[in-house]
Design a binder for this molecule. Sequence first.
Ligand SMILES: [Ca+2]
Ligand SMILES: [Ca+2]
Ligand SMILES: [Ca+2]
Ligand SMILES: [Ca+2]
Length: 475
Amino acid sequence: MKKLLLFIAILFSVGVTAQITFDATQPYINSMYGAGKFITINSATGERAVLIAGKNTNVSGENGSTKLFAIDGTELFDFNLESIGSKVSFFEENNYIYIAIITKDYGKKVFRALMDGNTNFTEIYSDTINYSNQTITNIDINDDGFEDFLFSGYSWLINAPDAKVLLNNGDGTMTLVSAPAIIPIVNNGQYKSAMLDNSGKKHLVVIDPGFGYIIKNHGNGVFTQEFTLNDAGGYSHIAISDIDIDGLNDISIFSVDGSNDGTMLYKNLGNLDFESHDSVFTGLPNVWDGEIEYADFNGDQLPDAVIAAQRLNGSFVNKIYLQSDSFKFTGGEIDFTVQDEWGNSDTLYIIQGSVDIYDYNNDNRLDILFTGNSGVGAGPFALPRTWLMTNTSTLSIDEFQQASFTMYPNPARDIVSFKGIDTIKSVEVFSQLGQKVLSVQDTHSINIESLSTGMYLVQVQDANHRTFQKKLIKK
Ligand SMILES: [Ca+2]
Ligand SMILES: [Ca+2]
Ligand SMILES: [Ca+2]
Ligand SMILES: [Ca+2]
């Protein structure tokens, strides 16, 4: 199976002629940055908005805020929460989107809104317990079918680090409870929940100055410490993505642990076992204080890395690194050019960056949202900015088709549909063990109701014998 995938990847990397370019003539949002993410606000249309939880240093008398903006930059909702160094987590459940914001000055709040496009957010939890060096993620900690928020950091209430859970009662209320004792408390580390195997359960990736662990979720609220991530550290960022498109999510970490292993990638070998790759192997820069996200930008199916972060020596990285081979990012680097304050085109720098990827204008080219203190030209000037970089790449027809192939919904319970391919000859679904579990001819949709929960690889062949593939999660 792996050989087949590699073969396909090589096949599609031949004759790549893409010119990968991005454009932004002005900042998307001025004077604001931090934790910028696309969130879905309308489940029927798929409409998204941009959540920015962070600093707002240009506005006098206001030293932080959290706001939601429409794609055109219109302010949709103000969470009225000053939030320097805030962290956010969000999930969708029963046609609601839930957003938790944890701050070091104004406590914690949870909001939810029906995903009907109206962004009518209601505050469903609030307290005034402040946390520094905090992290938050969402996971169903007690396995009752309702997603919860798990967070940790330095509690100003008890003057010590601790970990807590905002338990989702399923009725639009939340209750603050202690976290299971097995989950390590972090202080300047990070939690990230992730689908890492076929179990249908999200596990926890935990890193902190001094340690890194995978905490296995057995269900029924039982967790065990399962795997040690070497060279993990503090001041960290965790990204989960299937880097080598083998159907298993891999882990990326930025951190500072004192031994200069800024960027570590961990290949998922299955059974919650991982193989680590450092920057010497991957070709990625050693960075921290920023984010990495992955998506394929040159149509060869191999996800490429988008980084907005800071090197250990203090210089800044704001680039796409093209993946040339499994976990090797030596296929070329792409910079971002923006118009500076004086109308000149210049290279973009982002400090304390946040990255998200989404095709906001529906032209089948993935666009990138950067937030951070941003500068241009020779050095950063520390102006808070959010940039929405429009992808203006030219792709060959094959590359364009590959990039435009979409599968929805994902995760899915029963019917999965395909878009972007004119004539589909066959659809095949493979388990993570490489077993073919479904095979259908001449169709633009499949029914996966009979499959057990977990991750699958879907391969679609068109009339010209071209193969397209995507990872599918069965709920
Ligand atoms: Ca729960
Ligand atoms: Ca993988
Ligand atoms: Ca690629
Ligand atoms: Ca686009």
